[in-house]
Design a protein around this ligand. Sequence first.
Ligand code: FAD
Length: 465
Amino acid sequence: MSACVVWFRKSLRLHDNPALTAACQEKGITSIIPLYVLDPAILGQDYEKFGPNRLNFLFESLCDLDSRLSSEYASKLIILKGDPERVFECLAQKLGGNFDSLYCEYGSEPYEREIFSTIEQTLRKNSPGTKIKMFGAFQTVLDLEETIASPAYLHPKSMKDMLKLFSSNLGTGEKGFFQVEDPLPHPAQLKPLPSCKVFSSSGPADPLRSYSSDELSGLLPTSLQSEIQSRNSYFPGGETEALARLHKKVSGQVDFVNSFRKPRTASTNEPDAPLEPSTTGLSPYLSTGCLSVRMLWKECEKCYLLGNHSEPPESLHGQLLFREMFYLLSRSVENWDQDSGNEMCKPIDWDEFQAEKMTAWEKGQTGFPLIDALMRQLDATGWMHHLGRHAVSCFLTRGQLWQNWTFGRDVFDKKLVDSDWALNNGNWLWLSGVAPFSMPSRKTKSKKARTSDRSAASWMPNASP
Ligand code: FAD
């Protein structure tokens, strides 16, 4: 037997999956182990780092991946729980000389890079014959490492910078579009799981104890289980739903795509379907990698080929260019998620953390109807339109409460079903007015000017439960 472990990290899909495709094409490999690790450093020991909607979305995405692997390839997703370094150490012991290779996607977040390099060292020591391969440009259109390593790279701060970067890195084709590669199709076949027993069904202390997708909710504390059951999220997790939504909002909606102008979309969703976003609603699927961003890019391009269309920054390609910009910055700027030592963050004398204000904001009890409705929407559904996010982040920071943007960022990180480290930090930096890419007209005022504004208007005029 010669086994390849394909480690699914943030891209929970079969389409456009270069690691899985490479494993399928490798002649010497006789079995493929599709693996996901529930990592307490990401989720929390008791899953406390994710709110119920976000966690439910992740678990549904894992169940969907498992069921696609089983129905399309008679395989399954092996779900383990624990420190990934320990998991791979045990796998190396168990598989011995049969552990041919570990293939996985590149992850740009500091923790993702750190854990990968730790695992690499562990396997080099314990299983020197194992080939380790990480595939770039999985979560983004550009290969972040290659782009940043280019001598001409400068931190992009505007749409103009991004258009220049795309043009120099990808080139422009005949029709004037950037030459973005086509997404890979699903592999035609998948090699089977190893015939020998690798994983156990013993106690939770065994790092190779595997959980079926049906067992996932049983891992949660009872209170979290009942919170999840009491909610009815609008966005079902998983690749199946991602592809259906892609068709519903993009591939099958040429006019919608070609006339898409982000500032003209409504933060109140569709009038006849109040839970349906006026935008694509694809963000939860992009952030969990249930949908490949390259696939979305190319589907928009197909619509653009059919007629006149909007342009960046307002178009859908414009939105994806902002996404790429924040991914690049999050990788190239030191301390991207900090308010000090971060060259994209001007120092501001924010007020100390004030629990009363933070709680009122988070629970939607400020007395400002718009802010409260939006924050309750976030809590109930895990999603909010971009302009709603503008309103509540501005209110919390430079607009009214003068609280540090990182406090709001943390609430979003936990509750959003589309929570994404690069984008969440980038947008909070933008909206709190501290970044060089924040709009000039919105630059944060000095504390003196702000104090006189605030004395004229109480921050909580009519608090209601
Ligand atoms: P569409 O308008 O249909 O856009 C398509 C895709 O483009 C989105 O799915 C997203 O991947 C990307 N995109 C759109 N707007 C932005 C943007 N401003 N920055 C970067 N990428 C963008 N988005 C997240 O995905 N995760 C987050 O954690 C997140 N945190 C945010 C925090 C704040 C304070 C603000 C103001 C915005 C945040 N956004 C975040 C960006 C944006 O609000 C969402 O991406 C968008 O509302 C998702 O809806 P959609 O998929 O219908 O977007």
